[in-house]
Design a protein around this ligand. Sequence first.
Ligand code: PMP
Length: 438
Amino acid sequence: MSPADRALRPGPKSRELFAEAQKIIPGGVNSPVRAFGSVGCAPFFVDRAEGCRLWDVDGNEYIDYIGSWGPMILGHNHPKVKAAVAAALEKGTSFGAATAGEVELAREIQGFYPSLEMVRLVSSGTEATMSAIRLARGATKRAGIIKCDGCYHGHVDSLLVAAGSGAATLGIAGSAGVPDSVISETHVVPFNDAAAVKALLEERGSEIACMIVEPVAGNMGTVAPRDGYLEELRAITKQHGVLLIFDEVMCGFRVARGGAQERYGVTPDLTTLGKIVGGGLPVGAYGGRRDLMEQVAPIGPVYQAGTLSGNPLAVAAGLATLRELKSEAEAGRNPWARLEKSGAMLEAGLREAATRAGIDFQINRVGSMITFFFTKTPVFDFTTAKTCDTEKFGTWFRGLMQAGVAWPPSQFEAAFVGLEHGESERNRTVDSARAALG
Ligand code: PMP
């Protein structure tokens, strides 16, 4: 690549589009992290994607580790997903009435997640968490909720407190427009600190409806639960009649076939899902214990609805994705074992490159979720994540981008390895990472 080419990422068309976009869309983007604000460069605008690759509007190619922030476990534009959506399209795009596909998708989800005795489909991860919180409050007749510092559960008013992801990237603790009265019932504890939950519940347990947690955190960068953490949460919440919600929107169907609850052997009362469950189209889901889910309208008093919930195109993409994962496993090509191996090899390559470069770093990885942190402090919660040198991350990110590797544009996000990332992509990524470390 010539030096002139290197200067072209993002290229002139992306830059021009970004300038246009900023005139009409706040910040030029429809979700904050896409603006690349914390990595010191303009964003590229995507034209198309295939497998583990993206092409921007200037024709530059990238190996993609954003993966639409999680859904692209099979790779972009997977032929079976494409065919399923095309077939659904022939029949119509939305009916606002029940379809067979919704029943099939609910059953399919239950096959992966046995704890979901009943399932409700929604259209995003945010809707899933918002609805699960409302259900928990309705079922327990309590108002309080517990969340972890640095965990992100979508832009739900009551959950936009000490939130990770884009909020962490922008360095904002909450959001304007969320009244104090709404967040006064939200209690924040550090991730990986069961003692803090215990102390809080001993004091105020009878006021708390639920604790929501990312069982594998992805929104402060990847952070695994410490040994015993999830088990302790399960025991303490149960003791106080507090519902435990695993937000598996990001780690669901990814860190194991049945997500974090299978990987760590801990069963929550309710689970929220998104991303992979829609195969790249807008689907979220929440579900769990039958006695709780039977509280949801129209059979119970907790209201939740959606014009586009269970949309036939989205359901078709989700079904095709889950079925492809299942059929790969049945054919002896266990996708989760492959992702684990591929993630481990990428980790090993990055570790070697960073060690040779003599820099302070940590790499956290759970299966195919991986984060390269610019800090010498082991990262196990949001306080330790914030010890990172975000300037250095920005420099590294820009180096990777120039070399054609699209890493997530924030220190506080997970990168996603998919089934299409192979040896040549891995080698190119590690070589680029090495060069970008200087
Ligand atoms: N929960 C978690 C754990 C997430 O990572 C996200 C999004 N990154 C959400 C909820 C919100 O999902 P969505 O963006 O689809 O509303």
